[in-house]
Write a protein that binds this ligand. Sequence first.
Ligand code: HAM
Length: 414
Amino acid sequence: MKYNALKGMQDIFSPDIYIWQKVEEVAKDVFSAYGFQELRAPIIESTDIFVRSIGETTDIVEKEMYTFSDKAGRHITLRPEGTAPIVRCYVENHLYNLPSPQKFFYSGPMFRYERPQAGRFRQFFQIGAEAFGVGDPKIDAEILSMLRLFFERLGLKGLNFEVNSIGCEKCRPDYKNALLDFFSVRIDGLCPDCKRRFDYNPLRILDCKVDTCIKLREGAPSVTDFLCSECKKHFNTLLSLLNLLNVPYVVNSDMVRGLDYYTRTTFEVTTKDLGAQNAVAAGGRYDRLVEDFGGPPTPAIGFAIGMERITTLLKSSSNQKIPIPKVFIAAIGAPAEKEGLVIADRLRDKGIWVEVGYTGNSLKSQLRRADRLSSAYVLIIGDDEISSGKLKWKRLSDGSQGEIAFTEVYDFFK
Ligand code: HAM
């Protein structure tokens, strides 16, 4: 029987895994400098959490969730994103009683039953960050600046920071009415999903991927023309702070996010190097969600980075450093093999990566393996070395070699 990974899911191993680890390390370093602490939430949550936050008429909820019943008949869903679980955790654990802002980062797999293609998977990994309790646009600017630093540290260049404001509950009704006016004369041409969206949530028509709907929405009213004075002020202050912090951005008033919970600031970091799936990170404010989940009114903002997309960019843009063993111990004969094993363990105890040859392998095949592993040094032990108390070392990069006493091995590699 031959098994394959499920469609849209992938295994990650060497050498790619080293890029993944590097990205995770950089994220942890950069986010920690901004006071974000790691939070690990479950991968499965009640379905309702996602329906309520992401929105019933979104593609994610309508088409893409891995939802099933557990043995007790509860409706549960593999998380399609990380924000809703963090908000659930924040409210459930009364974290709003702690001083604001509370700032968290998380990483892990998300699940969406999408049509797999380059850069789009059914299991994909995000690193995300969420900050709770501050409505001041200063924190929006800090978050975008943190993302800029993250990409800079990874050496990723040429990314576009697209920002927008989609207003609040005060300006939303006027915008919604303008959209209803606009689409009411075009409703016959809309896809069946959008005909339904027209009644429930006309904003979602702007996010439809069907060609006819994309054509029909040309010339639709823009949300930026409907912002209330507070939302305008928030957005303008954010833009001036981005200038102050040298975060390069473009305002993209056509940006529509695929999740309903956003208010005011939204943003996407995009690249020209990945084809259709061009967003490497995205996020925004969600000032109503904590309250919707039963907590006190709490403004919040966050983002998530798509790991597969970042690692693809890094693979094509950088010289990948793959770790190599420092020492390979080639031993011939039973006493030498035993001695080699003991030396290997002593060096490993000091954190040095050591590989050994195995019983029955000729010296030649052991040396070939050392070479294939690109080990920095080879130590050779045989009967002669055991009786002289000295072993031979060879540095593979330049072929230099010599002898050291068994007792000096650790000092030699220190
Ligand atoms: P999102 O835009 O749905 O936002 O996803 C964020 C990022 O995850 C995307 O920009 C993309 O890089 C990556 N991504 C999404 N779907 C896939 C997929 N099927 N395959 C590969 N990568 C994917 C959110 O998830 C929000 N929770 C972000 C957020 C946090 N907003 C506020 N806080």
